[in-house]
Design a protein around this ligand. Structure first.
Ligand SMILES: [Zn+2]
Length: 266
């Protein structure tokens, strides 16, 4: 029997028999862990151990009984603005569902940093900025899963999409954008896209503007301020979200409930 303490982000809380709750939380070293929280509805600890709260969790583990009990939780971040914004609550719920269903993409440490960074940022941003914050989180998470499509060269003919300078903070793309091919999980150039119409197979495509691809590229390759300072139009945000929602769902391999119940909010 031992006492432990860890930095933790609460992911989910569900009721179990009597007044007890099963709590899942994300840690840097061990990924997602589960412990039991005892106490009635009026317990102070119960109100602290709520989804999206992060801080130091205190545990009492009994290895012989395979049990782990939460004894205290010192909350450092409450993310209070989520309670006033339906969008923020749903965006946070989506990120948590993706992390749970992919078991931290097998990289607990990176996942811990990424999810905490997203939630802390979302708390500070307004809803509009939160939309692009969600885009950046999903794109980077797709990278963590190892299934990020190549944003530099056409998947089929391997010609580069970009022209001119290509360095740390300056990215220039050819006009016309790129086309995302769902069946190939890759970006193709407009020439290859046109050629695919001779193909009798039904292929699903999404058009993505040059600027949107630059945005994704900057998110994964440049310092965070570069993509954060880029302005996207409402249409570009909508099409990037559509592309990323569809991509993350196929990467996860199961239906993401939050995406379907959150239609119209996300
Ligand atoms: Zn091509």
């Amino acid at each position: 029997m031992r006492n432990f303490q860890k930095e933790a982000l609460i992911l989910s809380v569900r009721n179990t028999g009597e007044n007890n709750r099963i709590v899942s939380y994300l840690t840097k070293d061990e990924g997602i862990l589960t412990s039991v929280l005892y106490g009635g509805p009026k317990s102070k600890l119960r109100s602290l151990v709520s989804p999206f709260n992060s801080g130091t969790i205190y545990l009492y583990n009994d290895e012989a009984k395979h049990s782990s009990k939460i004894t205290d939780f010192d909350v450092k971040k409450y993310h209070l603005s989520f309670r006033e914004s339906l969008f923020k609550t749903w965006a946070a719920t989506l990120a948590v569902e993706v992390v749970i269903s992919t078991k931290c993409a097998g990289s607990p440490e990176e996942c811990f940093v990424m999810l905490n960074g997203f939630l802390d940022g979302l708390d500070l941003l307004d809803e509009n900025q939160g939309q692009t914050g969600l885009i950046r989180f999903l794109w980077r998470y797709i990278g963590l899963l190892g299934v990020q499509p190549d944003t530099t060269n056409c998947q089929r003919c391997h010609k580069p999409f970009y022209s001119g300078n290509f360095s740390q903070n300056t990215l220039q793309y050819k006009t016309g954008g790129v086309i995302y091919s769902h069946s190939e999980n890759g970006f193709v150039c407009t020439d290859c896209y046109k050629a695919s119409f001779d193909n009798p197979e039904r292929l699903l495509f999404s058009e993505i503007t040059s600027k949107s691809v630059v945005y994704l590229q900057a998110t994964s390759m440049c310092e965070p301020s570069v993509s954060r300072n880029m302005k996207l139009s409402d249409d570009e945000i909508a099409s990037l979200k559509g592309f990323l929602y569809s991509h993350i769902e196929s990467s996860v391999g199961t239906k993401i409930k939050t995406l379907h119940s959150g239609i119209g909010i996300l």
